[in-house]
Design a protein around this ligand. Structure first.
Ligand code: HEM
Ligand code: SF4
Ligand code: SF4
Length: 539
């Protein structure tokens, strides 16, 4: 059963495995507290957007009260913090804490995509376009601290400019601006304000590019989660309002500083190492991040292929593909349909969800005729049917069960036992529901178990949602009404949930033997050659 494994066998693979285990453990705990719909770890990207909007709205208010200028800047921030604490102060705190939230979210989101191996192969683009986001967020945050012009700003300003001066690319040393009160230039403050506003706008543009290969991206956090997050920020704003240090004074060295560890962790490094070393560290880190999808590259499965003779242009595959890899084009052959599906191979991750959605993908067809409109060349539906029949032939006993699983979720190979057979898939939604009908109506097994990633968090983004909807009859191709639902069990579980899967199957089998026979005479109508009768459809 082919399973995707981590990068190579070295340090990265070990790191990835440990991180994945840690995420799955914490996610299971959060599932219990919040439920899967509100689990923050399942909506990190959407939460990032939420923080972005809070930063933007609070930033607009703060900007209205802000005065650019070496003395005016500090005074205007003090005014909003002290005199207008109930609104200006709260807005300043929201601006600060939501910016911190964004860094936290971004770091965890990035680590999680790495841990779950969702950054290589066709997904390299989304990863690589995420890297400049890191820089832009830091540029926006650091210039924000600078604008307050207190002692922390003075420290950040001098360290940052000396850091840039080390590169020697500016005509004159920009740190000179900060050496004495006389050389400090108001125009430099205007430039900072400009950078502080342009960086988040650029960030929005890069985020848009970031999501170009993600179909129907989740950019809005669930309402309850958004409300809870906002409440948390407001409570924080009241119990620990953001405040300034004493005003900057270029004649003195700043005293004790409270660093924001989300934005300013590089500054203590500058105190201990040379500026050149910190540049080297930032450069190597950025390069490593950019190169990560190819360290080593993923062996990419062959992209899904369209078989025009079997494609009626229904669009289901294009609607179900989570990675925008299918477009509908005008018909190029003589068949009487308006459109045909077309796969962009470079975007395809080989999840097989399209094959699972195609109305022509039904095992009830004759062996020679099982050719779906779209299929995975390396894990085709005819091969799947052969595998199911072979597994079924090896089952014995009263409660024979076939378990379908996803390569990226709880492994199913370890559940194989007497009376239980396992079949792996690249995604659970690669299974056309007609296969379940086929198994039960042909008496190949007494029950079918469908497993895939934990609910709310599918490796292939929509596999679990689409499968649930097909089983519930709310998305084509749906599981036919004639299929006895008590004989179908769904278990959504991650790789850490092996014991839970075993327990669920053990509890399912006795229930099967208590059910009335679903095939009283054990006879099923012979398959009509070439007929497409296995999958339900709303079409
Ligand atoms: C403010 C920062 C960021 C925001 C708001 C953001 C937002 C998002 C969103 C909304 C998605 C789609 C989630 C879905 O619907 O399945 C996504 C996917 C992704 N992000 Fe980010 N992202 C950010 C930063 C980053 C960074 C820094 C990286 C890594 C360097 C990154 C790597 C990825 C990857 C690899 C995916 C694709 C996952 C997949 O193919 O299933 N993101 N991001
Ligand atoms: S789902 Fe099948 S029939 Fe429909 S457009 Fe896609 S390949 Fe063609
Ligand atoms: S296998 Fe199909 S659904 Fe999956 S990415 Fe490729 S074209 Fe899209």
């Amino acid at each position: 059963m082919p399973r995707r494994v981590g990068p190579g066998g070295g340090v990265l693979a070990i790191l990835q495995g440990r991180l994945r285990w840690a995420f799955e453990t914490v996610e299971a705990a959060l599932d219990r507290i919040f439920g899967s719909a509100w689990n923050p770890l399942y909506q990190l990207g959407a939460l990032g957007f939420f923080y972005y909007w809070v930063v933007t709205v609070s930033g607009i208010y703060v900007y209205i009260l802000f005065d650019t200028g070496t003395t005016e800047a500090y005074e205007s921030v003090q005014y909003m913090t002290v005199e207008q604490w109930y609104l200006g102060g709260v807005m300043r705190s929201l601006h600060r804490y939501a910016s911190d939230g964004m860094v936290l979210m971004m770091a965890v989101h990035m680590l999680r995509e790495f841990a779950l191996d969702r950054y290589r192969g066709a997904r390299w683009f989304t990863w690589v376009t995420g890297t400049p986001i890191l820089w832009l967020v830091f540029v926006a945050g650091i210039t924000g601290y600078w604008m307050v012009w207190d002692e922390l700003a003075q420290y950040v300003a001098i360290a940052s400019t000396e850091w840039f001066d080390w590169l020697g690319i500016f005509g004159e040393a920009i740190a000179r601006n900060f050496l004495t009160p006389q050389t400090l230039d108001d125009r430099f403050f205007s430039l900072l304000t400009y950078i502080h506003i342009v960086a988040p706008l650029l960030l929005l543009l890069v985020l848009w590019i970031h999501l170009q290969r993600v179909a129907k991206p989740r950019i809005n956090a669930k309402r309850g989660l958004a409300a809870g997050t906002f409440l948390m920020l407001v409570v924080l704003a009241f119990i620990k309002p953001a405040v300034s240090h004493p005003p900057a004074d270029l004649n003195t060295v700043p005293g004790v500083l409270n660093l924001d560890w989300f934005y300013l962790p590089a500054y203590p490094l500058m105190d201990h190492f040379s500026y050149g070393a910190v540049w080297a560290f930032a450069g190597v880190l950025s390069f490593m991040l950019l190169a990560l999808p190819w360290l080593p590259p993923l062996r990419r499965p062959a992209a899904a292929a369209v078989d025009l003779d079997n494609c009626n242009g229904c669009e289901r595959c294009a609607n179900d593909c989570p990675f925008n890899a299918i477009v509908m084009r005008p018909r190029s052959d003589a068949l009487p349909f308006e459109q045909q599906a077309s796969v962009t191979a470079s975007l395809c991750v080989g999840c097989g969800i399209c094959a699972g959605s195609c109305p022509t993908a039904t095992p009830f067809r004759r062996a020679s005729a099982l050719r779906a409109g779209i299929d995975l060349p390396e894990r085709s539906l005819p091969a799947l049917r052969d595998q199911v029949e072979a597994v079924a032939a090896g089952l014995a006993g009263e409660t024979r069960v076939i378990v379908f699983g996803c390569d990226h979720a709880v492994p199913v190979d370890h559940v194989s036992a007497s009376g239980i057979g396992a079949v792996g898939l690249p995604c659970i939604a690669a299974l056309p529901p007609s296969f379940i009908d086929y198994i039960l109506s042909r008496d190949l097994a007494d029950g079918v178990v469908i497993t895939g990633c934990r609910q709310g968090e599918c490796f292939n983004r929509f596999g679990v949602d689409w499968m649930e909807a097909r089983l519930n009859g709310t998305r084509d191709p749906y599981l036919r009404k004639r299929v006895p639902r008590q004989r179908v069990l769904t278990v959504w579980a991650a790789s850490a949930d092996r014991a839970a899967l075993k327990t669920a199957i053990e509890a399912f089998r006795p229930r099967l033997s208590d059910l009335p026979p679903h095939l009283p005479d054990r006879k099923t109508p012979p398959a009509r050659p070439g007929a497409v009768d296995g999958g339900g459809s709303h079409a």
